[in-house]
Design a protein around this ligand. Structure first.
Ligand code: IFM
Length: 730
């Protein structure tokens, strides 16, 4: 019950959301929760993170590989599938303990009952492999035709990305080779299919696909099962001959058999859960929702790579250009840091690897240092368009300033590197590029800031804070505080290296020509305007002039919408001239720097900003949960935890920004759900390698138990309303 996600009945209006909800994956690839008989029209995708392509002047986005699991069924020549024939019974299920997708569908046809049962997984023990077990059973004796193979005609938002198709058979293996249009990255998908029943098999080649046509006459009530072993390789993999590697992988897995492949896969899942599971007693729905959030993070975690990060919509497709946002550093990293520090390191290394992209961006705007991409792709270049929203009324692109003005992105990266160092105590992350990133981010802010002589202070002007509805504002409280932190981290990093690693220190100063910069950074840190709570109300103004905006209710602003898909921000948005904000902004700042504020300030700002927050971003509710826990109010936090944890189960999230599709999974919310439970309700705190908790469990929960990895040592933590137990595991 708490390890399974199930849906009964077939509802065509849920095809897209179920594609997200029933995702499987292994970090190397994400496979959407679609039916075997679906095609690109139902958004089938085998998404490959890190392989991007641009067609003409359309948006650059990650590539979907040819679908090696395509399988359709015909009985006496008539197609039977959920789209052709309404099933009498249909169940779709995800076993999150073992990372298995399963479907069972029954049709009542002129030929009696037809049942299809299929199970599949993206292997956690062999990252290039997808495996499928497919069983068909008929009540009567009929001619069955299965078409199964590799469908290269894939779903793309801004494609088609693949060209130069070659579809071949080589012995028992069929394969499709193609290349991406822009960078000509080769993609190879190979398939081997095994069955133990006798049938006639022919091969059908199409321009973009190759299929096996398997025909036989069935006995009544007899199960016919076949197995598909599919491998995916790209030119980005470190192999000399991809075609050979892909062919060998499928043959080797096929020879070992499905049971062996699924056992190896399950064993890897067992290890993952040993490190990451969180047990909630007292509410089964919460238990499932949190486990499911963890599952979503596990299937996108880059365990296979040294320096890969995670896109904002995970591996659920091409939404948001498959790009990496600050979501990873502030909302996902804490989960990985506490459970799988190696995966966390890969996320940090991705930012180190893409530092030159951030330098290019800064230089392009006339600044120095590192201005990270708002939407980052493989080389750190910004995929964010100047027109990221389309107006619903005119169909015209709307000029947005996310790319130019969300300068807080660099600070989030510096913050994450500093947190990684503080948590792991691993100096190597600093000497292997982390220090350079922090220093270059600090340099960027120094070149961006404005020194106001009359006020004798640095100000950060013309920015967008986390609340994207208010563009080009001055002195956003969150941004200024984060910049302050970056400057502080830069100075501390310099000190650490000077004392602990003088050679690296000297090399870095020389390489970056930084000696003269140190005084600039120190001065700016002293004189940067950090917005303080109002003396009477304790509220921190979100940006200069925020309090002069119209103070109307969220309901009133919603009422003003003429179209539900209308964009609320920018020049003409319904929220732009009001105090209604998209997502946690000041509240996020207070959470991150909670130790430096009085609890009355935390409460006053939570109470002020919450009714004015739309929670129009999936990043928002968890932050309100975390800050309420900080003020000792678990009951206020609870509904926000629930909202965060269940977002990809219910599918209740914004699907459009203007006319642009933004649906998919929400890893930042998944990470936020974990943070709310562990850093919020359990009050876990790890400082200098020491573990402590300040629990404040929701009334409904009778027990919360989890593990954390601190500097290579594992701790098991168990909490009830009146007991806490922290045990270091041997
Ligand atoms: O990074 C977020 C941003 O804060 C709000 N819009 C969506 C982005 C991706 O999740």
């Amino acid at each position: 019950m708490t390890w399974r996600v199930c849906e009964e009945g077939f509802d065509s209006s849920r095809i897209t959301s179920n594609g997200n909800k029933f995702m499987t994956g292994n970090g190397y690839m994400g496979y959407r929760g679609t039916m075997e008989e679906y095609t690109k029209n139902e958004l089938v995708a085998c998404n490959l993170p890190g392989v991007y392509d641009r067609v003409g002047n359309k948006w650059r986005e990650p590539v979907n590989a040819p679908n090696g699991l395509f399988t359709s069924l015909a009985v006496e020549g008539k197609s039977i599938g959920v789209l052709q024939e309404k099933p009498v019974c249909h169940r779709q299920m995800l076993d999150i303990r073992e990372g298995l997708h399963w479907r069972n569908t029954v049709w009542d046809t002129a030929y009696g009952r037809v049942t299809v049962e299929a199970e599949r997984f993206a292997s956690l023990s062999a990252y290039h492999m997808l495996c499928l077990k497919y069983t068909v059973r008929l009540e009567k004796s009929c001619e069955i035709t299965i078409k199964t193979g590799i469908d290269g005609d894939v779903w793309d938002i801004n494609g088609p990305h693949l060209e130069g198709f070659s579809c071949e058979q080589a012995g028992d293996v069929i394969r499709v080779q193609s290349i991406t249009q822009e960078l000509m990255v080769p993609i190879v998908v190979a398939e081997a299919c095994k069955r133990s029943f006798i049938a006639e098999e022919t091969i059908e080649k199409q321009d973009k696909g190759i299929f096996r046509i398997i025909k036989w006459c069935s006995e009544p009530d007899t199960a016919y099962t076949f197995y598909k072993y599919v491998s995916v390789y790209t030119g980005k993999d470190n192999v000399t001959d991809m075609v050979e590697a892909a062919g060998e992988a499928v043959l080797k897995t096929a020879e070992a058999g499905y049971i062996r492949a699924s056992q190896d896969h399950a064993a890897c899942w067992k290890t993952r859960w040993e490190d990451a599971d969180v047990v909630i007693e007292g509410d089964e729905q919460d238990q499932l929702a949190l486990r499911y959030s963890i599952y979503q993070l596990e299937i996108i975690a880059p365990f296979h790579a040294q320096d890969q990060s995670i896109p904002a919509r995970g591996l659920s497709g091409q939404t948001y250009k498959g790009a990496i946002f600050w979501d990873t550093e502030l909302f996902m990293l804490p989960f990985f840091l506490h459970t799988h520090p190696d995966a966390a390191k890969s996320l940090i290394r991705y930012r180190i690897k893409s530092l030159n992209g951030a330098r290019r961006k800064a230089a392009c705007y006339g600044y120095r240092g590192a201005f990270y991409a708002w939407e980052s792709q493989e080389n750190g270049d910004d995929a964010c368009s100047d027109y990221n929203v389309t107006d619903v009324f005119t169909g015209r692109p709307v000029r947005t300033y996310f790319k130019d003005k969300q300068v807080h992105i660099s600070a989030a990266i510096a913050y994450a590197i500093w947190e990684f160092y503080r948590y792991t105590g691993d100096m190597s992350i600093l000497s292997e590029g982390g220090a350079e990133v922090i220093l270059e981010c600090a340099r960027f802010y120094h070149s961006y800031a404005y020194f106001k002589e009359d006020k004798d202070r640095y100000e950060i002007l013309d920015v967008i804070g986390p609340d994207e509805y208010h563009e080009r504002v001055n002195n956003n409280a969150y941004t200024n505080r984060m910049v302050h932190h970056t400057l502080e981290a830069a100075l501390q990093v310099l000190q650490l290296l000077k004392e602990g690693n003088p050679e690296v220190y000297a090399e870095l100063l020389e390489k970056l020509d930084y000696s003269g910069e140190i005084a600039n950074i120190a001065r700016m840190k002293e004189k940067l305007y950090v917005i303080q709570p109002d003396e009477k109300t304790l509220v921190i103004e979100q940006f200069d002039g925020y309090h002069r905006l119209e103070d109307c209710s969220l309901a009133e602003v919603k009422n003003r919408l003429l179209d539900p898909r209308e964009y609320w921000g920018g020049g003409h948005g319904v929220a732009s001239d009001t105090r209604i904000i998209k997502q946690a902004d000041v509240v996020l700042m207070l959470y991150l720097f909670r130790d430096t504020y009085h609890s009355e300030v935390l409460k006053a700002n939570w109470t002020y900003y919450e009714p004015r927050t739309e929670h129009g971003s999936s990043l928002s509710p968890c932050i309100y949960a975390l800050l309420s826990c900080e003020t000792g109010n678990a009951e206020w936090a609870y509904p926000f935890f629930k909202k965060s944890a269940s977002i990809d189960l219910t599918g209740e999230s914004k699907q459009f920004a203007g006319t642009i599709y933004i649906g998919g999974t929400h890893p930042a919310a998944n990470g936020g759900a974990w943070m709310s439970a562990i850093l919020g309700f359990a009050g876990l705190c790890v400082r200098d390698g020491r573990v402590s908790v300040t629990p404040n469990l929701p009334q409904k929960w009778s027990r919360l138990a989890f593990k954390v990895n601190v500097r290579g040592e594992k701790y098991s933590i168990e909490l009830t309303h009146d007991r806490q137990n922290i045990v270091k595991l041997g």
